[in-house]
Write a protein that binds this ligand. Structure first.
Ligand code: SAH
Length: 397
């Protein structure tokens, strides 16, 4: 089969040749390209040398996202089955199913399937398609997932902002089998209910699983404040590890209701812990001069920087919330602070934490730098994939 051909302008092939999966629309020579509808295309340089085969998005700044640099590889059902099998084998290697049956099965560019995220919650899959190119492959993807994973149901949650840039509307609903409203999962031996239909993103923040496990090890006998707790991922992990008391704060009431349920599911008494619906900035502002301090604080805010234009304002918000959290720590307390904004790199994050600590007038030691769990692999050719970063820090005595 021959795919439509896209030709790059003279001198615009350097990044693609080096393996970066994105080709910007400005790098394409329209006069020499067979541009058509969204779908599979071949990309060649100005001299006619093959560069990659990828998915074309007609309305996007990112015109092509590469799937393969092998000319002879057909992009058919078997191609997707091979990619999904490889991804599944990696997750099965990473997580013993007895302890963890929820993970990101496909991490877009990180699994060489740009525009596609698939999260697995026990026997249910939740699919997110973010590009017009990948949208054109939906049927093949669903068929391949069904064959390789044999799930009980597949649900689509393609309702994220990124689709606007591709001129795509939302796509939400059952793609295969039967999907209950909520699915019970196991993560590091803890049970959680995931609201796959109405929860945030695909229902659960799987990227934090290793950080929840690591942090929990530091919480025995401690008083823990989980800021931006969502459904209590860090909270349950800490309580199961023997935290004396856990306070979960989030602005979302439904998330906190699920959090309480998640405590019960793990045999923990929610009455001994706190669940507070509040704006995090206001909550910490109220607490910063008070008597109440916490031994461990988790700070996992939503992305404050969603685009390049937000960087200044977003960094201000990160600095403010980190300063407030540091003020609420006991002497020697632990702060686990994160940013999931991919426009905020590790350098900017590190600088932000330094400013927050000097404003809070706290000596802080960085104990560990943390990233997303290994079911969120990052291609070396696509460093943009490193969106989540965090520090576990200790405050001075
Ligand atoms: N740590 C969580 C994920 C946090 S996602 C986990 O492990 O599952 C970010 C959370 O911040 C969401 O639950 C969202 O409802 C909440 N949120 C966003 N803005 C907020 C604000 N201003 N105050 C309090 N919570 C907020």
């Amino acid at each position: 089969m021959k795919y439509p051909l896209i030709t790059l302008k003279e001198g615009r092939d350097r990044t693609a040749r080096a393996g970066h999966p994105w080709i910007f629309s400005g790098a394409i020579e329209p006069a020499k390209s067979e541009l058509g509808a969204a779908g599979v295309v071949d990309v060649q340089d100005a001299a006619g040398v093959f560069l990659c085969r990828g998915l074309f998005s007609p309305s996007s700044m990112m015109a092509v996202r590469a799937l393969t640099a092998r000319q002879d590889e057909m992009v058919n059902g078997e191609f997707y089955e091979r990619r999904i099998k490889t991804a599944l084998a990696l997750r099965e290697q990473l997580f013993p199913v007895k302890h963890t049956n929820a993970y990101r099965l496909i991490n877009s560019e990180g699994d060489f399937l740009p525009g596609l995220v698939v999260d697995r919650y026990a026997d249910i899959l939740v699919v997110q398609i973010s590009t017009a190119g990948m949208e054109s492959q939906r049927e093949k993807i669903v068929a391949a997932l069904t064959r390789v994973v044999a799930p009980a149901g597949i649900y689509e949650r393609s309702d994220m902002g990124a689709r606007r840039e591709e001129k795509l509307g939302d796509q939400v609903g059952v793609l295969f089998g039967e999907v209950p409203d909520q699915v019970e999962i196991l993560e590091n031996g803890a049970r959680f209910m995931v609201d796959v239909k109405n929860g945030q993103k695909t229902g659960f923040y799987l990227d934090q699983k290793e950080n929840r496990r690591r942090l929990a090890e530091l919480t025995k006998g401690k008083r823990v404040l989980n800021c931006f707790s969502y459904t209590g991922g860090f909270s349950v992990a800490a309580a199961l590890a023997g935290a004396a008391q856990v306070t979960s704060v989030d602005s979302s009431r439904p998330a906190l209701e699920l959090a309480e349920g998640n405590f019960k599911m793990n045999g923990l008494d929610p009455e001994q812990h706190e669940f507070i619906v509040a704006d995090m900035f206001e909550f910490l502002e109220d607490m910063k001069n008070g008597q109440k301090k916490w031994d461990v604080i988790v700070l996992d805010p939503p992305a404050f920087v969603k685009s390049r234009q937000d960087i200044t304002g977003g960094l201000k918000a990160y600095t403010q919330i980190n300063e407030l959290a540091m003020r609420c720590l006991t002497p020697g307390g632990i702060l686990a602070t994160f940013s999931c904004s991919h426009h905020v790199g590790l350098d900017a994050f590190s600088n932000m934490v330094h400013i927050a600590a000097s404003r809070a007038n706290r000596a802080m030691q960085i104990l560990e730098t943390r990233f997303a769990a290994a079911d969120h692999p990052v291609s070396v050719h696509f460093p943009e994939g490193h969106y989540l970063k965090g520090y576990i820090m200790k405050a001075g005595e």
